[in-house]
Design a protein around this ligand. Sequence first.
Ligand SMILES: [Zn+2]
Length: 134
Amino acid sequence: MAKCFRMKCPNCGNVVNVNGTGPCPKCSAPLDVNQPAAIALYRMGNFMGAATGFGLYINNQPFGAIANRETLIIPLPYGTYQMHIVCGMNRRCNDPVITLTPQDPFVCLKVHMKMGFVQNTFILERVDPSTMPQ
Ligand SMILES: [Zn+2]
């Protein structure tokens, strides 16, 4: 199970996988994973026709892709975030809105796909962090 930290550079907007602290590879601005809060996403199993990465958006900003059997941890400041996932022609998603607060700083989301007649819908379901693959 691959696990990585994903951040958007606050300076140039580059989306990058980071380990610990490190400069943005594009503009060299410091990136610090030690944010007060985080959203984790994981994706299990194979979805029909979806072996490739799913595109992840937070507040309409692209945040890279999430691969099959990948766990992404996105360190973030406290705030409210709308999550959205797309894959090819599948652009429907339940678009959950997550609010990160000092009382609720870590939210774990499991990515499902609900099969539909015309198109499929992504479901981001909030789950207990203990269910996250290690
Ligand atoms: Zn940058």
